[in-house]
Design a protein around this ligand. Structure first.
Ligand code: 3PG
Ligand code: MG
Length: 418
């Protein structure tokens, strides 16, 4: 288990908070503030408790200092989200950062420039992490969605300062724990998306953890093909057929039921409103492609889910971006949202595409939990340990035999332990 911010005495302390404010933007303006808004709870709570709150994040994938990845554009939306002014420092280490932090009063919030402007960040460089740690007394990691990266600000820092999980990190871990680690059974997973090859490890992990594995999207075509069906012009990784069969075998051995589409919406081309029809998966015309699961498939999925208590969802059923190929995704999503409302199903979803698909279906805020994470959510589904989460279990300066106390190692000095 990790510490949460309840366990930190933050009053008067400089608290370095690693958030993930890596939001989408266009022409220098933030286009979706979800990650900023959901990071605000930790920041305002710490500020209200009298901390000097220093926010670290990355933005994009700059190669060294590249002005187009400057985080200055985040200041205004962040200030709006936390309901108070946010100070800005033009660098995340060194004199620039020190000057801004020295001027902070208890309860103030400051945002530092992109940690990835220093290539040492992604190398988890010890010296760079030391320079970051010099700016704070305590470290809070609230960046679940970057926890799959072992970087200085997500991993290294946790070894150098008393460390705790922020509220968003805590909420993500609790929700994900309920979905897969200790779920109410039966549990189902919906996995969609284009390719089996990108989600192999995830499928392999899930078959041993869930009762029903419902496969949608382009990857379902590969499974249908592996079962000897003709898929016409559909997206299909024919070279993955053996792998798909292995997954089917593994599922059988693990008593996991794999649910594949029984019918499909097919069209001659991948285009909005392309003329389409519904066919059985045994009758996909050679000159057409599958663009969505059919209505009977959606019904069958809903039927299966009707007996389940927990659902974890990653990846849409069809080409949900274009109409009318969003129908199966919408039908299942809306049904799951209704079941959630009735308290009969715990629903946890994550991954970039999934979140936009749920938003398009109008149910983004009607699931039990929608993760802010893309890559980190996938790695968690794969059963991998996330370095940023793992590091929160390690207490700095803790001598193996020291025992006693809370173990935060803050000693008698400036540490934040209660
Ligand atoms: C994300 O958006 O997936 C996270 O912020 C991590 O970003 P990265 O993929 O560039 O490491
Ligand atoms: Mg990513």
């Amino acid at each position: 288990m990790f510490l949460t911010i309840d366990k930190l005495n933050v009053k008067g302390k400089r608290v370095l908070v690693r958030a993930d404010l890596n939001v989408p933007s266009k022409d220098g303006k933030v286009t979706d503030t979800t990650r900023i808004d959901r990071s605000a709870a930790t920041l305002t709570e710490l500020a209200a408790a009298g901390a000097k709150v220093i926010v670290l994040t990355h933005f994009g994938r700059p190669k060294g200092r590249e002005e187009k990845y400057s985080q200055k554009l985040l200041v205004e939306p962040l200030a709006k989200a936390v309901g108070k002014p946010v100070a800005w420092a033009d660098d995340c280490i060194g004199p620039e950062a020190e000057k801004v932090i020295a001027a902070m009063k208890d309860g103030d919030i400051a945002l530092l420039e992109n940690v990835r402007f220093h290539p040492e960040e992604e190398k988890n460089d010890f010296g760079f992490a030391k320079s970051l740690s010099a700016l704070g007394d305590l470290y809070v990691n609230d960046a679940f969605s970057t926890a799959h990266r072992a970087h200085a600000s997500t991993e290294g820092l946790a070894h150098m300062l008393p460390a705790a999980a922020g509220r968003l990190m805590q909420a993500e871990l609790e929700a994900l724990g309920k979905a897969l680690e200790h779920p109410e059974k039966p549990v189902a997973a919906i996995v969609g998306g284009a390719k089996v090859s990108t989600k192999l490890e995830l499928l392999g992990n899930l078959v041993s953890r869930v009762d029903y594995l419902i496969i949608g999207g382009g990857m379902a075509n590969t499974f249908l093909f592996a079962e000897g069906k003709q898929v016409g012009k559909s997206l299909c990784e024919k070279e993955m057929a053996d792998t798909a069969r292995e997954i089917l075998e593994k599922a059988k051995a693990a008593h996991c039921h794999i649910v594949l589409p029984v019918d499909a919406v097919v069209a001659g081309e991948f285009a909005e409103n392309a003329p389409s029809k519904v066919v059985s998966v045994d009758e996909v015309p050679a000159d057409m492609m599958i663009l969505d699961a059919g209505p009977a498939s959606a019904e069958a999925v809903i039927d299966r889910l009707g007996g389940c208590k927990t659902l974890v969802w990653n990846g849409p059923f069809g080409a949900f971006e274009i109409k009318p190929f969003d129908a199966a995704t919408n039908a299942v999503a809306q049904w799951a949202a209704e079941r959630t409302k009735q308290g009969k199903l715990l629903t946890v979803a994550g991954g970039g595409d999934t979140v936009s698909a749920l938003a398009k279906a109008g149910v983004e805020d009607k699931f039990s939990y929608v993760s802010t994470a893309g890559g980190a959510f996938l790695e968690w589904l794969e059963g991998k340990e996330l370095p940023g989460v793992a590091a929160l279990n390690i207490m700095p300066n803790k001598a193996p035999s020291s025992g006693g106390g809370c173990g935060c190692g803050s000693g008698g000095g400036g540490g934040g332990c209660h």
